[in-house]
Design a binder for this molecule. Sequence first.
Ligand SMILES: [Zn+2]
Ligand SMILES: [Zn+2]
Length: 214
Amino acid sequence: MIEAFRTARTCPLCFLEERDAHRYMENLLYEKVNSVALRGKLIRSRGFCRRHAHMLLEFGNGLGTAILYRDQVRAFLDFLKDRTKPTARITKRTIPESWSHDSLCPACTALARMRQVYLNTFLEWINDDNFRAALEQSNGLCVPHLLLILRKTRDPSLHKYLIAEHIEKYSALLKELNEYIRKTDYRYKHEKRGREKDAWKRAVNLLAGAENSL
Ligand SMILES: [Zn+2]
Ligand SMILES: [Zn+2]
C-alpha cells in the first residue's frame, strides 16, 4: 500500500483495486475458463455485470470469452424456451422478474472482499509514521474511499487528521481547476500549460473513484 501511495497517479486505493480487477480477469481468462466452479457461478449470476463484461472484452481473448459467453447465450435461450412451455403460464412473475437473480457478479464479489482487506489494512497502519508520511506525499484518497474509511472508524483524532489532510489535497486540485479554466480564456491562452492540464480528469476520478475500481 505504501508503494501505491508513492507511485499511483490516482487515489492509491483505487490504484490497488484497478490492479486487482485486471489480475482477476487475466487469471480467469488464462486459467479458469474450464473451471466448473467458476462457470457455475457465472451461470447463477447471469454472467458478469456490464462493467466487468466489458473489461473482459478489453483482453481480446476470443476463445476464453467465447467459452464463457456460450454458457450465457445457452442459458438465456433455455430461459426463453422455458417461457413458451405451458407450465410457464402459471407463474405470476414477469419475464424480466424471472430472469433477474440475487447472485452478484463474481468479479464484483471478489473485488469487494479485496476492498475490505485494503480498508482494514489502511486503518491498521494509519498511526505508523512511515505510512502517514507516504499518505501525505500521495495524491490522497478519492471521495468514495475517504468516505468508506471515515465510516469504518469512529476515532475522532483520526477523523480530524484525515479530513485536514484531504482538505489540503482537494484544495490544491481546486486551484488547478481554476487555473485550467482561467487559461481557456483567450486573453491567457498563450500561457504555457502546467500541472493543471489534466486537472479536469483528476477531478472526475477524485469524485467518482477510478473507472475500474470497485
Ligand atoms: Zn479511490
Ligand atoms: Zn462486476
